[in-house]
Design a binder for this molecule. Sequence first.
Ligand code: UDP
Length: 470
Amino acid sequence: MEKTVHIAVVPGAWYSHLVSILQFSKLLVQLHPDFHVTCFIPTLGSPSNASKSFLQTLPSNINCTFLPPVNPKDLPQGIPILSQIHLAFSLSLPYLHQALNSLTLKTPPVALIVDSLSVEALDLAKEFNMLSYVYFPPSATTLSTYFYLLKLDKETSCEYRDLPEPIQVPGCVPFHGRDLVDQAQDRSSETYKFLLQRVKRFCSVDGILINSFLEIEKGPIEALREEGSGNPAVYPVGPIIIQTETKSGDDVNGLECLAWLDKQRPCSILYVSFGSGGTLSQEQIVELALGLELSNHKFLWVVRAPNSSANDAYLSAQDDVDPSRFLPSGFLERTKERGMVIPSWAPQIQILNHRSVGGFLSHCGWNSILESVMYGVPLITWPLFGEQRMNAVLLSEGLKVGLRPRVHENGIVERVEVSKVIKCLMEGEESRNLRKRINQLKEAANSALKEDGSSTKTISQLELKLRNLG
Ligand code: UDP
């Protein structure tokens, strides 16, 4: 009988970072049933319902333990959300140490795989004599940019957004400094210094697993893996698509919107969503609503209450949203025949996989992008924060499967622009070209995870390395 290969996994405390690494773990044990994963989950506040229902889908060879939760009220108030997550994680480290210690006494893991937001755990890999890997949920473009920042930081004296020329990261589509990740927008900030420290830690691991595949990001992946680049081994294992399913007994809103989609014409619906916690300002919600109305296209919109900070809702679920409180007066009544508004959360995978959905207005989170690609749905790119602006550039200027609306000087995408870009996405010549290109990518995405696909081969290389130590 083959010996079991044990792996320890530490996700990030953020819906998409928690479930993406676990979905990868599911794939790993499905391909190699003699692998066993033990997962230690850091928690900040209580996990969302979506996270909890995902955890119920895990097979018996993945064990999950929640580390004692950190109460958000115990953290300094008013600091950026990423700093909250990192601070909370450092408070969880002693518990993780304890948990790994008892695990090592029973069934020593050969490797520790940590989410890119939990890199402080990497020291424990050395202490417990394990190989160390980072699971990086965003794009290869983002990872390449992170490494390139170490060089750019030494060569540049001004803020990156003031650079006159676009930044050319090896293998990537050039982008303007103002489209760089949020943490690099103020070089004197603590969050920027922290980003550089985090990237330096990436340099010393045994490998980085990225949720991408060769055919979607050939340039950055090849550049990352180039001999002499000095980077650790990079394993493109994607697209890792978070598999969830809404069944009867689950949330009523989700079932209602799927039933509504069943009644619509093929490719007629624009799906609008800003990820697991993205929010818009009150002014922007009004312009988006009026733009949707002006476009005359049908839509399914996941709405959250307005917030002046685009990522405040990530750690505080909005369970009691009443859209009539912040949507323009009369909007719900006027659009009831052609629009559906659903508060807070929708079954996104099933929506994107529905034949009635013909476009996705997205905040450009990397999981949402991969899901849209997997189901062949072209996008309107509406980045909010983090690395999403770089993703928007990749989609609109690189892969040409998305349209980026023009933002007015006041920082708002106005209703006429919203309507114009929706029409371009949903009708006419440009729409046909976008659809053709995303369908080519859809095929490549599906092939990458077939038996002889590029990502399956990469996972096998990783598997062999781990097995030889097991
Ligand atoms: N998601 C969902 N329903 C929603 C909003 C989001 O199922 O109403 C899922 C979506 O399918 C994706 C994840 O949440 O898997 C969002 O990840 P992404 O990387 O796109 O954005 P983030 O939430 O990290 O900003």
